[in-house]
Design a protein around this ligand. Structure first.
Ligand SMILES: [Zn+2]
Length: 335
């Protein structure tokens, strides 16, 4: 297996030390990768700046202009959660351009799979609004670009938060499927089972909100019984994983109880339906664990398993919500 990682020191320009989404996140991840037996097998590549015009295909002019203007300041805030640093108009486009480059490389078969270790994250950014630590929607920009080649893309989001932005952007489309499990109730408050898409997009948004305390067994059930059977029928030509490690049991902003091993499991399950996968970093704020979660996932992508001592107890409680989502989805898919 060959794996690329997209990384640049430039991402540390987007930084606020007092904020959980800070530059230290990527530093600890890189340090953890350096300790693995597969460090030398990875091909590190630099991101490319996303051309400005591609932003306009996903986001409103007003939103783009706002970020552009704010990034001439020393530091600005879009809302209470979301900061913009000087030169972020470039840094955020580098993040989106990095994922796009990785996605093209995987799709063309230049490399088996790839991970875009990019910041700022993207999945909360809607068509019209930067929010939830996210400026532009990296996954959406990449997926949209690939659909121009007639490709069907699945975005699987395992961040603890619902990717309201990604859902919003593709809500009326059938060429990009959005699947997410997420903690509920929790920020940003969207992602109910009955949010299934509109128009052509009906049935192409699949949400499973789960309650506090659910962990590996519960999420495994949602994947085996709902996400995978639907994904199999959708037949994606590439899978983008919105990879958020705030679903880990020790995350300060979370509430689910996934262990680091489970990120390997997720990849392994989806590899059976489509081995062309590319991952993009979203959340994850426990600096002692996000690197280990990442490395566990990378191990599966590279084909060299890495194991950490990591255990968690869970309150498995998903039978009701699985029944609910099957009921919704049975209108569109065999489930
Ligand atoms: Zn998150």
């Amino acid at each position: 297996m060959s794996t690329q990682i997209v990384f640049s020191e430039e991402f540390s320009k987007h930084n606020n030390r007092g904020h959980p989404e800070n530059a230290e996140r990527l530093n600890v991840m890189i340090e953890e990768i350096k300790k693995t037996p597969f460090y030398n097998d990875i091909e590190f590549i630099k991101p490319e700046l996303l051309p400005e015009n591609l932003l306009y295909e996903i986001h409103s002019e007003r939103m783009i202009e706002q970020i552009k203007e704010m990034s001439t300041e020393y530091e600005a805030w879009v809302d209470m959660d979301t900061y913009v640093c000087n030169s972020d108009f470039e840094t955020a486009r580098l993040a989106a351009g990095g994922l796009l480059k990785a996605s093209i490389n995987v799709l063309k078969g230049k490399v088996d799979n790839a991970f875009a270790l990019v910041r700022p994250p993207g999945h909360h950014a809607t068509k019209n609004r930067s929010m939830g630590f996210c400026l532009f929607n990296n996954a959406a920009i990449a997926a949209n670009e690939l659909t121009k080649q007639g490709k069907k893309i699945l975005i699987f989001d395992f961040d603890v938060h619902h990717g309201n932005g990604t859902q919003d952007i593709f809500y009326d489309r059938n060429d990009v499927m959005y699947q997410s499990f997420h903690l509920s109730p929790h920020y940003p408050g969207t992602g109910d089972t009955n949010e299934t898409g509109i128009g052509k997009g009906e049935g192409f948004t699949v949400n499973i909100p789960v309650s506090h305390g659910n962990g590996d067994n519960a999420i495994s059930k949602t994947i085996d019984e709902v996400f995978l059977p639907i994904a199999k029928q959708f037949k994606p030509e590439l899978i983008i994983f919105s990879s958020g490690y705030d679903s880990h049991h020790l995350d300060p902003l979370g509430g689910l109880r996934l262990t680091s091993h489970f990120y390997r499991e997720i990849i392994s399950k989806f590899q059976e339906i489509q081995p062309k996968i590319v991952c993009t970093l979203e959340g994850g704020y426990n600096l002692d664990w996000i690197g280990k979660c990442l490395v566990s996932q990378l191990g599966q992508m590279i084909g060299k398993e890495v194991d950490f001592k990591d255990q968690s107890t869970e309150e498995e409680n998903v039978n009701e919500v699985i029944k609910e989502i099957k009921n919704e989805m049975s209108r569109y898919w065999k489930i």
